[in-house]
Design a protein around this ligand. Sequence first.
Ligand SMILES: *Cc1c(COP(=O)(O)O)cnc(C)c1O
Length: 968
Amino acid sequence: MSTQLPLTQSLSKLHNSEEFIQRHIGPDAAEQQHMLATLGATSLDDLIAQTVPADILLPQSNQDRDSKVTAQTEVDVLADLKAIASQNKIYKSYIGMGYYPNHTPNVILRNVLENPGWYTAYTPYQPEVAQGRLQSLLNYQQMVIDLTGLEIANASLLDEATAAAEAMAMAKRTSKNKKSNLFFIADDIHPQTINVVVTRAEQFGFETVVEPAENVVNHNVFGALFQYPNTYGNVYSIEALIKQVQDNKGLVAVATDLLALTQLKSPGELGADIALGNAQRFGVPMGYGGPHAAFFATKDKLKRSLPGRIIGVSKDTRGNLALRMALQTREQHIRREKANSNICTAQVLLANMSVFYAIYHGPEGLDRIAKRVNRVASIFANALKAKGVNLINQAWFDTICFETTDAGQNSKDEILARADKAEVNLRADLANQIGVSFDETTTAKDLAVLLDVVLGEGHGLSVEALDSEAVGQSGIPAELARETDYLSHEVFNTHHSETEMLRYIKSLENKDLALNHSMISLGSCTMKLNATAEMIPVTWPEFGNLHPFVPLDQAKGYHQMMDQLGEWLVEITGYDAISMQPNSGAQGEYAGLIAIRKYHESRGDHHRNICLIPSSAHGTNPASAQMASMKVVVVACDDKGNVDLNDLRQKAAELADNLSCIMITYPSTHGVYEQTIREICDIVHQHGGQVYMDGANMNAQVEITSPGFMGSDVSHLNLHKTFCIPHGGGGPGMGPIGVKSHLAPFMPTHPVNEKTGAVSAAPWGSASILTISWVYIALMGSAGLRKATQVAILNANYMAKRLAPHYPILYTGQNDRVAHECIIDLRPLKASSGITELDIAKRLIDYGFHAPTMSFPVAGTLMVEPTESEPLCEIDRFIEAMISIRKEIDMVETGAYTLEDNPLVNAPHTTADMVDVEWNRAYSRENAVFPTAATKANKFWPTVNRIDDVYGDRNLICSCPTTESYAE
Ligand SMILES: *Cc1c(COP(=O)(O)O)cnc(C)c1O
């Protein structure tokens, strides 16, 4: 029974701003005390003092600084953000340029985008508990393959512009025209794509020309990029140009549009080697720039050079069909500076939304939508022609560009003024031209308004009359009309009723282990709470419905939110300026390295190109360095896991003349606070280098120390780790960079207003999900964030302490403490029992847990990061599972189990094992699937047995198998 408080007191209780902090942080005060006692620490501050080197602890004055954010309640924060959001003006957008309004089907909005079962999962590195999103991504690949007419597709890239840059890099890798260093960019491509590709080329040291497409024949190139339909909406055949480039051993990439491809002959049919673009208009809000999934497809013979993740078909130990990520040896986490790309986090959640959109509508529905969009464009074109307006494009799918007059009613200024009054955005970045792109949301009424805007009132045209005149007209040249089928696989032709769709989405969700089931203690990935309050604003129309290139005065709410977030992040990082443009951590690394390079160049140091990277670094670090044309020199780590200072001193001195920077992660990926971080920064600075601190481990720094305070010059922040953006099953993410003032002039530029210097298609990256981090910081306040960091460290140390008697902790720092994560060493066990880290990872699934990070940064280990959000009971459950697994390993060691027949090597166990009449293993079925009481109460069933990776790579299939093959 709770006692009734006086009203004034209970009112203030209702508005307790500490409440969210206590909900975000898993262990309550009593549990924290218990854990501290286990560790022999008296308080959180005491634990931090034991753990974090004194010379990097922020002084008390910093903790109490005036600008400190104070925590607020969920109600207040959401009300504040709503007020900010309402300053955004939602005009009807006809800007096009790769971003289109659309209708997110509500069944997808609620059950995918707003559903933690989909948005809190991680990249499917444990495929046995990820068959749902793997299936969905395979569907996505199939959709892209069908529409582009190519043979293999990846499971998304970050945006269209970076996909184009990846295509250029791929052309360079695979072109047989080895003598050429020139990449051709047709000048009728979206400006942001040109900017990002040119920037990438400058960094790689490739030459580029930007000229009319037909000029490609005048150049000896290793590759060329065209756009179809082009940025003005024109549709013309590039078939002959493609052939000419290929005859000269160059590769051709074509940027394109999925909806247009339902009506147009595919790039594959035209002979293209690569097709890429933005899948956004398939049901994903514009979000002022993102997140959206870029697609990327190529020919089968080029598959080993493909960037990004590819989902492939394999089989499990029972011979059943099973999916997993294929050909991983192309990727940064294995190939490092020799990887095809630095991409790690991509856009899985958005790729899934897009393919669900295609599944929901089916090929006929998409055809209907596309024909309607095309018809609206045709009506509009006819109206313009009837009034003597000159069209820039004589063929079209959805976009019409027209000439404006110098003065009078048809001048650009007057049209734009009328547009503004009618709350309509037209494309206005072209000299003496205006562009209008249509989409599935355009209505007859919209069209009538638009005609008044463009032609001025009193034009005397009626949409109805124009509509009947446009019957049978398409704007698409007959020889480019699509004649081939697409999306004929059953999955695209089954789930058209909402009931079926809902159940299909749910059936896939059920196969996946996400944070709404249990802890995902992936070290380095920071799988913390993604609070519901943080997620809610993402789908507010005030944030969703803004085109990335609207005039700034329509996005005041966005900029207030982003400026505020930027200020908070400046404080938290100890830097001077933030760029929100990079839309993943790896992209942030690349942007940061460009800033370093340009800074050196501004001082005449064009030769500084050496990047020191400790051997423990994440794979994206060397892969990004390579993209900035830096030479990677590996610095050794000592047997305690710390950077070997002698080696660093020696290499920095030896290479001083050409030293560009060091890329270092702090706390190190070994999970310890290195004592010598200040010295490391000093050594590099003394030799003229800059310090890039990888911010992925900021969860161990926030409000306790900071990169700027330690002496670093630039970092990216993984907002999808430390700052609560969910991982989405492999994206989206945001990787803004913070820099000291001397690097600020060299941060990314605006992708449309400038010609080079952008790293993403959209000026503020995936702007809409910045709201998540904004809400998180507003809810926590500085003190709450500090508490979160402390408890993250507490949870990790408690975990380490309790696991240590059973598994050796590989590295510890001062006073035997770990940072926010710890590595358990399984190599001794492997030597004594034959049981591997993989067996343990898979056995954890039987216990209801996703495995920790496996074999990174050290092979044969697991790296555990509980985060502050996991409550003590869950941490204890995990520890109990690990102890129980240790006992099972004992039984292998002692010979009670053979190495061939034990619950570890056969893990994970499925319902197929449960009903196996031939079960004759050395352990019971009950022990197989219900090893603990907790699993009986809340069982997660993996849907496949252990998957055969090698088989999948040897027999590569990256499209949807027929339904029959599942039954076989
Ligand atoms: C996650 C991570 C990255 C890469 O970030 P993405 O957002 O996945 O590109 C880089 N470094 C470290 C240490 C990481 O953990």
